[in-house]
Write a protein that binds this ligand. Structure first.
Ligand SMILES: N[C@@H](CCC(=O)N[C@@H](CS)C(=O)NCC(=O)O)C(=O)O
Length: 212
């Protein structure tokens, strides 16, 4: 969901945001999201009347509809690399980070339970490092993951790191220096900073401190 909001901000697109809890979805939610997952885009602009589930599909749709600035590389190899990195980040990395780190700390607080920091620390130490090692290698000393400009790959990779930071975890700049620098730079962009600020308002009321 954050990935879509950041992409829309980078493209200067306005939207209304209806908060849906996927664990307590509204009636008939599966008619627009068969897997009962968020995000879902409803587009009624410029004669359109569609609902589109899945963050990757939504982003690809928005790129076609609003091509400037382009957030997908045009060279075939770069395009494939960006899509792969998006898939890797938005599916497995996001899910592992959510289940092993975010849910024990943040989701538990949202459900008015005690955070389980020991479980999150275990997930952070055992499940997350292979993803970080891969990102570190793929990024090297460059600013962006594909070519020399912002792409969907950067947005998709930086997004789950916000969840990890809400749980109090940030990459170690000694062990993953390139990744750590990248995440800081991405989260400082106005597109990410606005999302993070809004999310922190709600979560700080639950006693959660954003790590940076
Ligand atoms: N591949 C989907 C994954 C979406 C996803 O897993 N969303 C989570 C919240 S961030 C969700 O709705 N979870 C509820 C569930 O899986 O039942 C996408 O990128 O849109």
């Amino acid at each position: 969901m954050r990935k879509v909001r950041v992409l829309m901000a980078e493209k200067g697109l306005a939207y209304n945001h209806d908060q849906v809890n996927p664990f307590k979805p509204p009636p008939d939610f599966e008619t627009i999201s068969p897997l009962k997952r968020i995000p879902v885009l409803r587009d009624e602009g410029d004669g359109a009347n569609v609902t589109i589930p899945d963050s990757s599909v939504i982003c690809a749709y928005l790129e076609r509809k609003h091509p400037t600035p382009s957030l997908y590389p045009s060279a075939p190899v770069d395009y494939a690399r960006a899509l792969w990195l998006e898939e890797y980040a938005s599916s497995d990395f996001a899910r592992v980070g959510a289940v092993t780190v975010f849910q024990p700390v943040v989701l538990k607080r949202i459900m008015r339970q005690e955070s389980d920091f020991a479980a999150a620390k275990e997930g952070w130490e055992q499940k997350v490092p292979p993803f970080f090692d891969y990102f570190e290698r793929e990024l090297g000393d460059r600013t962006h993951f594909v070519g020399d400009k912002l792409s969907i790959a950067d947005i998709a990779i930086a997004s789950p790191f916000v969840n990890l930071a809400h749980a109090g975890f940030v990459p170690d700049s000694g062990r993953h220096p390139h990744l750590s620098r990248f995440v800081k730079a991405m989260h400082a962009r106005p597109s990410f900073a606005a999302c993070i600020e809004e999310e922190c308002k709600g979560l700080s009321r639950l006693g959660l401190k954003y790590a940076s």
